[in-house]
Design a protein around this ligand. Structure first.
Ligand code: ATP
Ligand code: MG
Ligand code: MG
Length: 554
């Protein structure tokens, strides 16, 4: 479909298709490095790349693992990323690739560059290379090894591949221009020696290609038409074009840059996410406080809402920071449509209905989802002893408080109007421990004579039937924005100690006795909640996905 918000990359792609460029086809790719789990920033890139391909009946988006770095990558990340892309609702339709599968081809291209006199083996130390590189205001100096003959270079490069040299002794560099105002063109490194096993190619290689070399050529090999990346690669584009033109000129993928997605107060760098996980500052990659797709999923965020959020943002050429509340509003909107309503009491206060028979239980009809009448109704048990929310009672209510108070009436959702006749207090602490109420049998919800109006309706559960539950509430993980943290500060000192609040005396209606992890509910008046994988029969665990309204808008 073509419901995606207009964006400048889409305009380029549409114009190229209309002009018949690349045979009128669009081939994009999503190229994650399998060195961590995906986060919401990656979702933006996924929606963009897969979305553009979907708009072309013949379009395709490849999933390519950019796995050219042997020391940080792992198969478990590959599997997790595939799972997350599918969960978001996208399909690479069999076009699954690994840059490591191109190692032999990339090596061949490098020999070609050497033969053309466009690459050389440099034997300066890393420190020397840095000082030869010059600065933004001063041109660099040519390495003394720059004029090695093609034959010598080929011989040395083959020895590098054969493992004859230790790490760091030689590199292969492109021969471009040490005086270029663009630092990326000052003879960039194409290959490094690294005696390290790779998760897919094992010990086959001890030289590994640099990103700026492997990435454009992987795009060219796959026939990518539009290679979309984030803005920090804008200065690399001349190198991207140089590499393709000199090594594999049959294909000319076009690199287009867009602004990365930044979300206020969110940890969006894989390195920092890994630090949180490794130092056990969070429960794991799927901790619901993290902006990882695994964390969002466990928290109850839906792929539909994440896609709608990404489409809504469009694509920009300038970095901006988005508020988490914006994403939350999309989550809320989607969950409002799809979640079953239930009653749950997070902080219970006991009430006894004095004039209700002790041995009676009524089964009352409760609406499952007013947004979706096809979901029907369910039965909720009502009896003499109930629990309501502590917050729904005040002994000395201020003027604007319309809920329960001594002598006051409220309606119990799906049930009756009750009146509080007495608050029982703990003689020592003075705290209210239970309420005695009466009910008006004439006011049963749905009954003909239920017309009498009161100012508030509150939720409740029946004491004898309710199920005990754990509920986890989440608050922002950080107390400040990371851009405000000086680089010499330990950023983890800005973690919010209140980011996780566990409520372990919650009571939920009996329909929640057995929940499937991932099941989504609206706890009436409280918010959206999702069953956690830690749930057990008779002991459900819920994560608060998002409150019912934006706390700031209330
Ligand atoms: P990180 O900075 O978290 O380590 P990365 O960019 O190194 O992320 P990759 O695995 O290389 O991670 O990312 C795969 C793709 O996702 C890249 O094309 C990258 O441009 C894109 N991407 C990553 N982060 C964002 C973001 N915040 N917004 C938009 N796109 C992103
Ligand atoms: Mg990257
Ligand atoms: Mg990275």
């Amino acid at each position: 479909d073509s419901t995606a918000a207009s964006n400048f990359i889409r305009d380029i792609v549409l114009a190229d298709r209309a002009a018949g460029k690349n045979g009128g086809r669009v081939v994009t790719r999503f190229p994650p490095e399998p060195n961590g789990h995906l986060h919401i920033g990656h979702a933006k890139a996924i929606c963009l790349n897969f979305g553009l391909a979907q708009e072309d009946p013949e379009g395709i988006c490849h999933l390519r693992f950019d796995d050219t770095n042997p020391t940080t990558e792992d198969l478990s990340y590959v599997q997790s990323i595939e799972d997350d892309v599918r969960w978001l609702g996208f399909d690479w339709r069999g076009k699954l690739f690994f840059a490591s599968d191109y190692f032999e081809q990339l090596y061949g291209f490098a020999e070609r560059l050497i033969t053309k006199g466009l690459a050389y083996v440099d034997s300066l130390t890393a420190d020397e290379m840095r000082s030869y590189r010059g600065t933004l205001t001063e041109p660099g100096k040519n390495s003394p090894y720059r004029d090695r003959s093609a034959e010598d270079n080929l011989k040395l490069f083959r020895q590098m591949r054969a493992g004859e040299f230790p790490d760091g002794t030689h590199v292969l560099r492109a021969k471009i221009d040490m005086a270029s105002p663009n630092m990326n063109l000052r003879d960039p490194v194409l290959y490094r020696i690294r005696h390290a096993a790779h998760y897919r190619t094992g010990a086959d290689w001890c030289i590994y290609p640099a990103y700026d070399y492997a990435h454009p050529l992987s795009d060219a090999i796959e026939g990518i038409t539009h290679s979309i990346c984030t803005l920090e690669f804008e200065d690399h584009r001349p190198l991207y074009d140089w590499v393709v033109a000199e090594a594999e000129p049959r294909h000319r993928p076009q690199q287009i840059e867009f602004a990365r997605l930044n979300i206020e107060h969110a940890v969006m760098s894989k390195r920092k996410l890994l630090e949180l996980v490794e130092r056990k500052l969070v429960a794991g990659w799927d901790d619901p406080r993290l902006p990882t797709l695994k964390g969002f999923r466990r928290r109850g965020y839906t792929p539909d809402a994440i896609r709608a959020f990404c489409d809504h943002l469009g694509v920009a050429k300038r970095d901006a920071v988005v508020e988490m509340q914006l994403l939350e509003s999309f989550i809320r909107e989607d969950l409002n449509k799809r979640s079953q309503r239930v009653m749950a009491v997070l902080k219970p206060l006991k009430i006894v209905i004095e004039n209700y028979p002790a041995d009676e239980t009524e089964e009352l009809d409760a609406v499952n989802n007013p947004e979706d009448p096809s979901t029907g109704t369910r039965k909720v048990p009502f009896s003499k002893t109930l629990y309501i929310e502590q917050d729904d009672f005040l002994e000395e209510p201020p003027k604007e408080f319309f809920r329960l108070a001594p002598g006051r009436e409220v309606r119990l959702r799906y049930a009756y109007i009750i009146k509080c006749v007495r608050a029982v207090k703990d003689p020592v602490s003075g705290q209210v421990t239970e309420l005695h109420c009466t009910y008006d049998p004439e006011t049963k919800s749905g009954a003909a004579q239920a017309k009498r109006k009161v100012k508030a309706t509150i939720h409740w559960v029946s004491a004898a039937h309710a199920v005990k539950a754990d509920v986890r509430l989440y608050n922002p993980l950080l107390t400040t924005d990371l851009t405000e943290v000086p680089p010499d500060h330990d950023w983890t000192t800005y973690l919010n100690p209140q980011s996780l609040e566990v409520l372990s005396n919650c009571l939920v209606e009996p329909s929640l006795n057995k929940v499937v992890p991932g099941a989504k509910f609206q706890f009436e008046r409280l918010g959206y909640f999702c069953a956690d994988p830690d749930s057990m029969p008779g002991k459900p665990v819920f994560n608060r996905t998002v409150s019912l309204k934006d706390a700031w808008a209330r």
